[in-house]
Design a protein around this ligand. Structure first.
Ligand SMILES: [Zn+2]
Length: 269
């Protein structure tokens, strides 16, 4: 059999295998876009699930739906591994940042409230991976506002994504993140941010699920951050903050990986 025939047979076999494992994936198969986490080509990413945003409609959230940074409603999750757009953004950056790491060198990484990205990170040869969560299964059960089980400067890298908007004393949590970070280390710090407000909105009188959806964007959030407010708090906690957007990654790279041009990655050091 010629090499070409073999190649076609192999391609057909793997296509059928993919299809059998999840027939709903058929419309997504292709290679127009690419998921850096499961390392698979897709024709398009899935739009955001209805149930994730329906309460914003029910409770009439006061911020425009399309005022949020780093949220790609039209290309939200990967049809294969279910990673969302921000997971893909982190993967892109981490790959970029760790490229060229000398063989054998390992960085200690702390992943607070791990997401789907944890399997991907655990498999990276350049990382000693550790996850921490107060409520859900993780390597360590830790309160982010008091991480006394970790000594100062324990980690080279941390990821704290969509956690701080749940924490009443976010400044205390940020100072803890800074304490456990080694001098010269860096972290990914992300929260939901709307560009519709100048100052972060916090109000102790807002306690019901309905009001929290309306003013904080989710029933277990305790504030809505503005960009200025979020960056200001990180700086107060002693971090230098870099904002990496489409200018850093490139328009084509964002499009290829299903990341909205309004996305901003906050890197603290
Ligand atoms: Zn994927």
């Amino acid at each position: 059999m010629s090499k070409n025939v073999l190649r076609i047979k192999k391609a057909v076999h793997s296509f059928l295998k993919e299809l059998r494992s999840d027939p709903h994936r058929l419309p997504y198969m292709g290679d127009k876009h690419y998921c850096p986490i499961c390392k698979t080509g897709v024709n398009h990413f899935r739009t955001i699930d209805y149930h994730l945003i329906e309460p914003a409609d029910r409770y009439q959230m006061v911020y425009p739906m399309f005022s949020f940074e780093t949220m790609n409603m039209f290309a939200y999750s990967c049809p294969r591994c279910y990673s969302n757009d921000r997971d893909r953004l982190y993967a892109l950056y981490i790959e970029q940042r760790l490229a060229g790491t000398p063989d054998g060198k390992k960085y200690n990484l702390l992943d607070i409230a791990p997401s789907l990205l944890s399997g991907y990170l655990r498999a990276m040869p350049q990382l000693n991976y550790r996850s921490a969560d107060l409520y859900n299964p993780a390597d360590d059960k830790v309160d982010i506002t008091d991480m006394n089980i970790y000594e100062d400067g324990r980690f080279d890298i941390f990821i704290c994504s969509h956690v701080l908007e749940h924490i009443k004393d976010d400044m205390k949590a940020m100072r803890e993140l800074r304490r456990v970070l080694k001098p010269g280390g860096w972290g990914i710090a992300m929260v939901p941010i709307t560009n519709a407000i100048e100052e972060t909105y916090e109000n102790d009188a807002i306690t019901t699920d309905a009001d929290r959806w309306k003013y904080f964007g989710q029933d277990d959030h305790v504030r809505m951050y503005s960009k200025k407010g979020f960056v200001g708090n990180l700086e107060k906690a002693g971090f230098k903050v870099d904002q990496l957007g489409v200018d850093h990654f490139g328009r084509d790279v964002f499009d290829r990986h299903g990341i909205h041009p309004r996305s901003i990655l906050y890197i603290v050091s």
